[in-house]
Ligand binder design. Structure first.
Ligand code: XMP
Length: 333
């Protein structure tokens, strides 16, 4: 049986009963696989890794060591929130690693999107290797791979041109010394959320919008620079704040800012002002395979534009991407 293919007979998990059954099965499978060994988990704080953490805690308790790597490509305040929720509130076994300089130094001057993805994915594994050797006796690496990640990578293996190599599948080096634990790899995103709620995770965490493994790295287009990355993080925080205030955060599946590596001529304080454009993306989807664009009220867009251009150093224009998937993908890289 191909363990990476979802069987036709597998029911879509839409109810608490189906989620409970899935949890029970996975807990048994994890215990069978892991036995008394230790498991390392990349805990980004997103829905997928949080659900995997909760499943593993249920199955093997303190044998799970969660590692949160701040790769310097997190959204504003995000690493702090991971520490607050998992370490302070959920009392998880959490190791925090600030690897910002390491990632940004490696990425300096790299503009090819696939190379960027590979570097970020590869460096992630290196950091985990190092943490594992410090921790002694780690045998497994748990991952929040979900079914759309597998589907995109299968296309690549079949010789079709994959849309992009997803960080938690395509980026793994071949000499990886851990055995993988991937309990949600046959689930679609909506099912992961149902399972998360059945596990008792907070609603805000379960319904948090997805954030790609390579983080802001694939939204700071081309070669990443610290100043443009900073502008992106600030503009993204403004977008999130305004979507929250205007009731859009609950309504829109995923929304974020992208900053391309181009400048245009603008004007500020009566002087020429060359700056980057901030591009807003706000999409709805069920399974991330296709997506439609949310119609944002014009007044909200105008207000966000005014805030970003006046508050964020280096940005002189705001654009709204109204392209569905296909032909666009959700992310730009
Ligand atoms: P695309 O851009 O392929 O994105 O339409 C579909 C969904 O996947 C997210 N995404 C990723 N998730 N690792 C992930 O775990 C990745 O490398 C990655 N790249 C994109 C993206 O944010 C969207 O929700």
């Amino acid at each position: 049986m191909d363990l990476n293919t979802r069987p036709d007979s597998m029911l879509r998990i839409t109810t608490k009963e189906l989620a409970d059954k899935f949890i029970e099965e996975q807990v048994a499978l994890i215990r069978e696989q892991v036995k008394d060994k230790k498991v390392l988990l990349a805990l980004s704080g997103g829905v997928d890794s949080s659900v995997v953490a909760a499943l593993l805690i249920k199955a093997v308790g303190k044998q799970l060591v969660c590692v949160h790597v701040n790769h310097g490509l997190m959204r504003k305040g995000e690493s702090e929130q991971v520490i607050e929720i998992f370490q302070n509130q959920l009392d998880a076994n959490l190791v925090y690693v600030d690897a910002t300089d390491r990632f940004l130094d490696l990425l300096a001057g790299v503009s090819d999107p696939e190379k960027k993805r590979k570097i970020i994915g590869g460096e992630f594994i290196k950091v985990f290797d190092e943490e594992a050797s410090k921790l002694k006796g780690i045998s497994f690496l748990a991952q929040g791979t979900i079914y759309p990640d597998i589907l995109e990578s299968i296309k690549q293996a079949e010789g079709k041109k994959a849309v992009k190599s997803h960080h938690n599948v395509g980026g793994l080096p071949e000499d990886l010394q851990f055995e993988l634990v991937e309990p949600i790899k046959l689930l679609y995103k909506d099912e992961v959320r149902v399972v998360g709620e059945a596990l008792g995770l907070p609603h805000a965490m379960v319904y948090r919008q997805p954030f790609p493994g390579p983080g802001l790295g694939v939204r700071c287009l081309g070669a990443i620079t610290r100043d443009r990355l900073h502008a992106l993080r600030e503009a993204d925080a403004i977008l999130r704040e305004e979507f929250g205030k205007n009731g859009l955060a609950e309504k829109v599946w995923q929304f974020f800012v992208i900053i391309p590596d181009i400048k245009s001529v603008g004007v500020k304080d009566d002087s020429r002002y060359e700056g980057w454009p901030a591009i807003i993306r706000a999409v709805n989807t069920k399974d991330a395979m296709t997506a439609t664009v949310e119609e944002i009220p014009y007044a909200v867009l105008r207000h966000i534009t005014a805030r970003i251009t006046s508050e964020v150093e280096g940005i002189n224009r705001v654009l709204y991407d109204i392209t569905p998937k296909p032909t666009g993908t959700i992310e730009w890289e």
